[in-house]
Design a protein around this ligand. Structure first.
Ligand code: SAM
Ligand code: SF4
Length: 491
């Protein structure tokens, strides 16, 4: 099954403004920052922005932990294991720090993200090598917090002031020419007011806040000018977006997408993650009206049992979800649907689990992400009766994943022989191979010259694997007539 950022993503962010790196070198004061990202795409976006904020301070990104003057672990708290992973990584970093100290080199260590927000001072207590603990809403303050830490104080900054973060980060980006890969993330909304009974997000990310239309449009324009061709709008509940436009009106996500679709060079738009309650008509119709809005929708339902949906405080029924899917498929019949499922929520009986399996069979997903319920301290689910035993959770998860894998295979197989646009993103594992993305978010591998990275090409799907598709370039039919680097066949 496709792996998903929330499940196991750990990335080292290496993106840094070339211009700023040069300035830092000119000053002769280059330091290295190593950022490891855990969790969701919103953390990937935040890691990039932290690197942006640190670049003018003379920090250059490195992939080599041992070479780093500053190490940042940008953490996730959604499931228990994720937090434990951070503590064991801190143990490894302690040894590296000790080795560096032997040769007279210092290393500062910061923990950011949702574990930082949730655990605060507890982190430096459990891991004394940590110099600073910074919650998700305070990244714009990193330079001054670093100064404080350098002066010898242990810094813990977990205030919720999201407007300040967005305003400040936006200003920074304006001064920098950001060179991003052809596909990039853009956070438009953060936080959540829904309080599902299993979830820590409302506690770690705070209340729902949307960025203004103006901020988002100008950031998207800068990204497009720097070569980004696909933007995925991010939010914990992205379709609850309600940002203020320049004339003071409040725009929903559908209207925002319509505005972004006007930006020249921005050929593909996506958004994630959505809540079923917030799929309004305008957003559904945007899937019909906007060519650049890709036919993929991640719409988590979590469970197919009304009893469990109620206990989870999801605020919709199984039937309402079915009706929503029907409306979406009416406007976009070929859309790839994805979802999240939790198995073993407290009180989930065999029949409740069967209802979830039945929902999956009826909907038919192109991919999905599934998790064993993980009890999170402080959430209502943690103190509910009838916690489900671990072995039952494991068996249910295996059955659900097998069903989804079958559906994913069938969905992928249905693309065989089709010609579709593929955004070519990077080199593949084998020489001469590139990897791109289909409109339905499947990775596509194909042989193509490296200078086509960043272009959208017409590709025939000639084979399928379990997670990816294999394609062949259709010479002369480059999409949108923009990249135009494959010569048309002679008439
Ligand atoms: N806002 C989205 C929604 O309402 O569906 C989900 C965002 S949440 C950050 C990502 C996914 O993590 C959820 O959809 C859920 O499946 C999973 N998740 C959250 N808390 C969990 C928990 N305590 N145990 C297991 N999975 C969990
Ligand atoms: Fe968590 Fe999503 Fe529920 Fe909000 S809507 S509490 S982010 S699962």
């Amino acid at each position: 099954m496709t792996s998903r950022p929330e499940q196991d993503m750990e990335t080292n962010v290496t993106v840094v403004s070339a211009a700023d790196m040069t300035d830092a070198r000119k000053g002769g004061n280059t330091r290295k920052v190593f950022v490891r990202t855990y969790g969701c795409q919103m953390n990937v976006y935040d890691s990039e922005r932290m690197t942006d904020v640190l670049a003018p301070e003379g920090f250059e990104a490195t992939d080599d932990l041992e070479d780093a003057d500053l190490v940042i672990l940008n953490t996730c708290h959604i499931r228990e294991k994720a937090a434990e992973k951070v503590y064991s990584e801190l143990g490894r970093i302690r040894k590296v720090k000790e080795e560096r100290a032997k040769s007279g080199k210092d290393m500062m260590v910061g923990v950011t993200g949702c574990v930082a927000q949730a655990e605060g001072e507890e982190i430096s207590r459990r891991a004394p090598i940590v110099d600073l603990v910074v919650g998700p809403q305070s990244y714009h303050q990193l330079p001054s917090l670093l100064e404080k830490a350098r002066a010898g104080s242990k810094v813990v900054e977990t205030e919720f002031d999201i407007d300040a973060k967005f305003n400040h980060l936006s200003e920074r980006a304006e001064k920098q020419v950001l060179k991003r890969p052809p596909s990039a993330f853009l956070t438009v909304q953060e936080g959540c007011d829904k309080f599902c009974t299993f979830c820590v997000v409302p506690y770690t990310r705070g209340a729902e806040v949307s960025r203004s239309v103006e901020q988002i449009v100008s950031e998207a324009e800068r990204m497009a000018a720097a070569g980004v061709r696909e933007i995925t709008l991010l939010g914990q509940n992205v379709n609850a977006y309600h940002g203020t436009s320049p004339d003071g009106a409040v725009w929903g996500l559908g209207r925002l997408l319509r505005r972004l679709a006007e930006i020249d060079g921005l050929d593909r738009l996506r958004y994630t993650t959505s809540h079923p309650r917030d799929m309004d008509d305008d957003l559904i119709e945007a899937h019909r009206d906007l060519k650049s809005l890709m036919p993929y929708l991640h719409l988590p339902v979590q469970s197919g049992s009304d009893k469990i949906l109620k206990a989870m405080n999801r605020r919709h029924t199984r039937d309402e979800y079915f009706r929503l899917i029907d409306r979406i498929r009416e406007v976009s019949p070929d859309i790839a649907l994805s979802g999240d499922f939790i198995v073993g929520f407290p009180g989930e009986s065999d029949q409740d689990f069967e209802d979830t399996m039945d929902l999956i069979r009826q909907v038919g997903y192109g991919s999905a992400f599934s998790f064993k319920y993980s009890s999170r301290p402080g959430t209502p689910g943690a103190t509910m009766d009838e916690q489900v035993p671990e072995d039952v959770k494991s068996a249910r998860l295996a059955a659900l994943q097998a069903l989804v894998a079958e559906q994913q295979k069938a969905f992928n197989a249905s693309r065989l022989g089709m010609t579709c646009d593929v955004l070519l993103e990077k080199t593949g594992r084998n020489p001469g191979q590139l990897v791109g993305k289909s409109p339905w978010l499947q990775p596509v591998q194909l042989d193509a010259p490296e200078d086509l990275i960043g272009s959208i090409q017409a590709v025939e799907i000639v084979d399928i694997g379990s997670n990816s598709l294999f394609g062949r370039l259709i010479a002369g039919q480059d999409d949108l007539g923009r990249s135009g680097r494959i010569p048309a066949p002679a008439a």
